[in-house]
Write a protein that binds this ligand. Sequence first.
Ligand SMILES: [Zn+2]
Length: 292
Amino acid sequence: MGAYHPECPDRLTAIGDRLIASGLDAYLQHHTAPAATREQLSRVHDDAYLDQIEAASPEAGLHYLDPDTAMCPHSLSAARHAAGAVVLGVDLVMSGRSASAFCAVRPPGHHAESRRAMGFCLYNSVAVGVAHALAEHEVERVAVVDFDVHHGNGTEEIFAGDDRVLMVSTFQHPLYPYSGTRPLGSNMVNVPLAPGSGSEAFRAAVMDKWLPALDEHRPQLIVISAGFDAHREDPLANLEFVEADYAWVTRQLIGVAARHGERRIVSSLEGGYGLSALARSVSEHVRELVAG
Ligand SMILES: [Zn+2]
């Protein structure tokens, strides 16, 4: 994304280092993410958009898609592999080879709409994974859970009105991208949180709004847009979550998955820009997934 941009390679290094330092890495199976295929991407993105973004990929330097979102010569490939990671994660948990999967990927995806890149996102990786599960595995009900501090406008736009998919989310409002207060479909459970909201408001949203909707939907697979930028140390937003909140919500989601989906959870990294807070939060999230 360019020098000084918060969506930087150090994010993944910080996560990897923390997983090793915490001792968790020894309990993980690592997989290399394959590139998503054109067919997989076109389940959620328009062909014209896929052509357009391929044509926009620069030979050198940066090409700005919007003031926040740039492509370098390697961005397109990275974004294809990020989406492919979620596809592989879905294959691993649906086949029973893994109980759960966490995709440590960049760039994030949840702002990418069917026809538009924005907010650091090129392809909507989580949406690509969900569409893959619906098309290739015998799954009829999926839940998308998005606790990134920013509203997942892309995922909402892609799945609004598709009753096979329930999306539950929390996000700071007002904040970029300033959407989400009026859900686009009855399958969207959007919970905006005022700046300054912390653990108590988040946990109340999960208990009162998310869990009843999730239990009614009975998802056979849960896919998490795991952004950690609602952490109190994050430089991009003003919510006050702490690591323990991410551990807690992960346990709640494991409970839902165990009740309805044989504990199938695929989680994919979205935001999180304070390197230490990001690494500590991912570590707590992954620890709970491993403990199952
Ligand atoms: Zn975010």
